[in-house]
Write a protein that binds this ligand. Structure first.
Ligand code: MRU
Length: 365
């Protein structure tokens, strides 16, 4: 990895840069965010992805928008920029959260240049906050892995994860992977089953890449293998991330997460979701009716990207005669979630559980 973070300011040029995740692990490019459109494109086309990173990118996007302001009503211009970014991807609540919070830093009394500085300061502080949250999630989740390891008398703890809730989806350490890294550092024997995560293969391309870089034992499996593994006692814990968790504990995460939760419940396997509070939607309760589910280009289903003779290549995998649907996320109801691992601790996936860790939010309910 060329830079320890997934998004940063180039110290020489002052340009916002991000790891381009579209071609990893085959090609490790850097994407420059010079304009608001670049930020929109980066989020929409999944140059950057993962709920916390999407939020931080939006914050930097507003900073570059402010830098490019020419003339007119600055506040109106910034509000429009925020609305534009918000529609780039609808499911991860971190995006709207970051836009709304960033815009509270825009002040009519200041010049556009001063406002740009304030927006940059906000983006950097949100980035630091996400790093801190990942570390705290890691410490809190580590307790769980320690407990399972102890129960198993020190034999290997098998963890199944879906999609990529690792360093690449955040800034550092990840959410679902944070406890895994810390357990590995502590010499707890662990092994991770990595769901490939069709259609974009974030598990196979990104999570496996991250784990391999860290030397953590792992195996990539097709998405439909998890149930079999669970039935045969080969999974001790399912650990996933979240794009939006509602106040009653419903969790939207990458499509296919719900099926893993069902299989985990049928096999009495703990199913935990690791998330920073920036992924909690405090406004809605029912995830099934309230969370917008992104539908992406069917081409991501009909075609696959991979490496062919050392070059990145795309192949068509089904006939032109068949249509395809591409739902990006699904909702796992709170009743299937054993617990939520947050930066403040682990709680039940319920309103009571969440508010016990975030009592200050009680006034808004
Ligand atoms: O479509 P993606 O790749 O942005 O989806 C990412 C996920 O579903 C992650 O699990 C989620 O954002 C949590 S990231 C810490």
């Amino acid at each position: 990895m060329s830079h320890p973070h997934t998004i940063w300011i180039n110290e020489t040029t002052g340009i916002v840069e991000a790891t381009d995740q579209r071609w990893l692990p085959f090609r490790n490019d850097i994407f420059q965010i010079r304009t608001l459109d670049d930020a929109y494109f980066a989020i929409r086309e999944m140059v950057v992805r993962g709920a916390p990173l999407i939020g931080v990118t939006a914050a930097y996007g507003l900073y570059v928008a402010a830098c490019n302001f020419e003339e007119g009503d600055f506040s109106g211009y910034m509000s429009e920029a925020g609305e534009y970014l918000k529609i780039s991807r609808p499911t991860a609540v971190n995006l709207a959260f970051a836009v709304d919070e960033a815009l509270t830093h825009v002040c009519a009394e200041y010049s556009p240049e001063e406002n740009a500085e304030r927006l940059l300061a906000y983006a950097e502080s949100l980035k630091r906050r996400e790093i801190e949250y990942s570390t705290q999630i890691g410490c809190n989740g580590l307790e769980l892995i320690r407990g399972i390891s102890k129960k198993k008398g020190g034999s290997v703890v098998n963890i199944l994860t879906h999609c990529n809730a690792g360093r690449l989806a955040t800034i550092e350490l990840g959410t679902a992977t944070a406890p895994i890294y810390l357990a590995y550092e502590e010499n707890i024997p662990i092994h991770v089953w990595v769901d490939e995560t069709r259609p974009r293969n974030q598990g196979a391309r990104l999570t496996a890449f991250e784990l391999a870089e860290a030397g953590i034992p792992h195996t990539v499996v097709p998405d439909n293998v998890g149930g079999h593994l669970m039935q045969h006692g080969m999974v001790d814990l399912v650990l996933v991330g979240s794009d939006r968790t509602t106040l009653n504990g419903d969790v939207a995460n990458k499509i296919g997460t719900y099926l893993k939760a069902l299989a985990a419940a049928d096999n009495q396997i703990p199913f935990y979701v690791a998330l920073p509070s920036t992924s909690i939607d405090w406004e809605i309760s029912d995830g099934l009716t309230g969370i917008p589910i992104e539908q992406r280009d069917p081409r991501e289903v009909t075609h696959m990207v991979g490496l062919r003779k050392g070059q990145i290549a795309e192949v068509q995998i089904l006939s032109d005669l068949s249509p395809a649907a591409n739902y990006g996320f699904d909702v796992t109801p709170a009743r299937l979630v054993t617990g939520l691992i947050t930066e403040r601790g682990i709680c039940q996936a319920s309103k009571e559980g969440i508010l016990s860790l975030f009592p200050e939010k009680n006034i808004r309910t």
